[in-house]
Design a protein around this ligand. Structure first.
Ligand SMILES: Cc1cc2nc3c(=O)[nH]c(=O)nc-3n(C[C@H](O)[C@H](O)[C@H](O)COP(=O)(O)OP(=O)(O)OC[C@H]3O[C@@H](n4cnc5c(N)ncnc54)[C@H](O)[C@@H]3O)c2cc1C
Length: 606
């Protein structure tokens, strides 16, 4: 089974050489806290926690799963102890304000930490991940009293959080939410209804669980405009801040599911549970978007995490497993056959995994810098500054979530393929990664929903294509900076073509949508995937440019490290970027071929 090793050399290459984190930290008001020694300590500490505490529980947690007994949920053996270690290490408060007991470091460090944790053990990482979303929502929309009540223990990690959106009749279309919030004379609300699929909805890791719940007031307008947001603690909080009586929100059952079995997915019944309004009445969905955006970037990380873990499992196997001879001649002549890593097709699989993991990581670390700027402005009370960076991040979010989880799933599957039939057998641990990865394209908005958000809302409606024009202008600037470098020429040429095509496709869709409204839906997933391949190409080109410079002038790594970056970039441009052309061709086709078949003609047998 894969043994997780934190890829710290790759992480440092990205942070120090490609994305210049030290300079980035200097632009933030809390950046001075993230000096080189502190960042190093965090990376080493997170690696230690992940390799030695979380990774060893990955497979056993899957085997055992969570236990449900009459409303109580117990996590698998070792999870509570691991969580206690996580809390003692102060990991939950890493990027949260010092006034609530956190360390006040930039948000990006939290994301980098969660990538390592998620790769080591995704199920475990779900618990603190949900808490982070809950904390972000309270920080942005909570009153001072709410912040003071909930933030300290959430920051410590002794309390955890959830997000309660989904109901039996709706997950995507939250306008259908039925959970009822009845106003009480004391200004609180009583909530009635059932939420399903609630991650970390009930468990034994923390002494309290703070639910963030979407519900509807009796006089609320229909649809998404009539939904409000509430804080519903599992246990009431006493005057002195200690945990008090039980609030009537109970776990009815937990789901038996395909993967992430150590993460409890709960049905929660709100039987008149007391809730406290957070944000404005009827504007709950807007507030919830804060939570969802955090969660979406968090889920994009899952694509990278599963690609990385599957690669870490596949690589040693490909070096050891012997099969036939390489077509170009014997590579291990003293052995009965060559190791499968010498076959070009096995290399295709390994390189795809590697390109996705490292390219995806670069995309995430870049998004993390935008998240830093957004949070920095929020903490400074600069709403306009916050909204500017929120908008920028908003363009990347659906691409990261949709594209990286789709590719993460593909990369995980390739890990099974490298193992041949053995990949399908449980004891090797490769099939667990695929089962765990499968959820990533579904929750936090399916790929289809991310695609609609990207093309419909962010590209066409809100910006009339300006977001793409702005982003491609940035890529073209990079191209002109490197155009004279012979070794960069092929990257520059392909990127320039992609930029032109990305804009042309956008304009074409904008014009077509005037007469063919279904085109937005029919083109959206291809458009999202196209955008993802284009964006990842830009990050591979950036990594190649830095690596080439280091080969010439020297860097902290051995020359082979940089050479490998250039070679993987070449692989990406030769083998993965061409997939964008297929998406381009498909997305401009009229929607008719998708819409013409009548629902009753999909089958004539049933
Ligand atoms: C393990 C797990 C954990 C989860 N954790 C949480 C959690 O913590 N909190 C929470 O609130 N929810 C959670 N969810 C719920 C999850 O977010 C939803 O399942 C998801 O958003 C999809 O909603 P749905 O299942 O109702 O599917 P539906 O909304 O019914 O969608 C079905 C299909 O129709 C497509 N579709 C729907 N509308 C459109 C449209 N307008 N255009 C094009 N295609 C469309 C979708 O893409 C999908 O393919 C979790 C789910 C699981 C399985």
């Amino acid at each position: 089974m894969p043994t997780y090793k934190a890829p710290l050399r790759d992480v440092r290459f990205l942070m120090n050489d490609v994305l210049d984190y030290p300079a980035h930290f200097k632009t933030l008001s809390n950046g001075e806290l993230a000096d080189a020694d502190t960042v190093d300590m965090i990376l080493e500490g997170a690696a230690d926690l992940c390799e030695n505490v979380l990774a060893p529980l990955y497979q056993s947690g899957d085997d055992e799963g969570c236990h449900f007994d009459n409303g109580t949920v117990t996590t698998p053996k070792g999870y509570k102890e691991a969580y206690d270690q996580y809390v003692q290490g102060g990991w939950q408060g890493l990027s949260y304000p010092e006034e609530f007991g956190g360390q006040g470091l930039p948000m990006s460090l939290n994301l980098i930490k969660s990538e390592m944790m998620g790769t080591a053990n995704w199920s475990f990482t779900m618990y603190p991940g949900l808490s982070a979303g809950c904390m972000n929502t309270i920080l942005q929309f909570g009153t001072d009293e709410q912040k003071n009540t909930y933030m300290p223990n959430l920051t410590l990690g002794t309390w955890s959080g959830t997000m309660c959106l989904t109901e039996p009749q709706c997950g995507t279309d939250l306008g259908q939410v039925k959970t009822r919030a009845e106003p009480q004379a004391d200004g609180t609300y009583k909530l009635f209804g059932t939420k399903i699929f609630i991650s970390a909805g009930e468990h034994d890791l923390t002494e309290n669980i703070i639910h963030i719940v979407l519900a509807r007031l009796p006089d609320a307008p229909k649809g998404t405009k009539g939904i409000s947001l509430f804080i519903v603690p599992k246990f009431f909080i006493n005057e002195d801040g200690s945990v008090g009586e039980r609030n009537p929100v109970f776990c009815g059952s937990i789901e038996h599911k395909m993967g992430i079995k150590a993460s409890a997915t709960a049905v929660l019944n709100f039987d008149g549970a007391t809730g406290y309004l957070i944000g404005k009445v009827h504007e709950g969905l807007h507030a919830m978007f804060t939570f969802m955006n955090t969660a979406r970037i968090g889920t994009a990380v899952e694509g990278v995490a599963h690609a990385e873990l599957s690669f870490q499992g596949a690589l040693p196997y490909a070096k050891e497993r012997m099969s036939m001879r390489a077509l170009s001649g014997k590579k291990d002549p003293e052995k009965v056959a060559d190791a499968i890593i010498h076959h070009a097709d096995v290399r295709r699989m390994l390189l795809t995994q590697k390109a996705v993991a490292e390219g995806g990581r670069a995309m995430i670390y870049h998004a993390a810098q935008l998240a830093d700027k957004m949070t920095d402005n929020l903490l400074k009370g600069d709403q306009a500054g916050h909204d500017y960076w929120d908008d920028k991040l908003g363009f990347f979010t659906p691409i990261l979530k949709g594209f990286l989880t789709e590719l993460g799933l593909e990369a995980s599957n390739l890990g099974i393929q490298v193992y041949g039939g053995h990949g399908y057998i449980k004891e090797w641990g490769m099939e667990q990664i695929v089962r765990d990865a499968r959820i990533s394209t579904l929750y936090e908005g399916t790929t289809g929903v991310q695609a609609l958000d990207l093309l419909g809302r962010k590209v066409l409606l809100s910006s009339k294509g300006k977001v793409v024009r702005d982003y491609t202008a940035e890529i073209l600037k990079f191209c002109s900076r490197h155009a004279r470098n012979k070794q960069m020429r092929r990257f520059v040429w392909d990127l320039t073509k992609v930029c032109a095509q990305w804009n042309t496709l956008t304009i074409r869709l904008m014009l077509t949508a005037r007469k063919d409204r279904d085109i937005v839906s029919s083109a959206s997933v291809d458009y999202l995937m196209y955008s993802g391949y284009a964006m990842m190409a830009y990050f591979w080109a950036q990594m190649a440019a830095v690596a080439l410079e280091k080969i010439e002038n020297g860097g902290t790594e051995v020359p082979e490290f940089y050479q490998a970056k250039v070679q993987v970039a070449e692989f990406y441009f030769d083998r993965l970027l061409p997939r964008a052309s297929g998406h381009a061709e498909a997305l401009v086709s009229p929607s008719r071929t998708l819409t013409q078949l009548a629902p009753e003609h999909f089958s004539f047998d049933y």
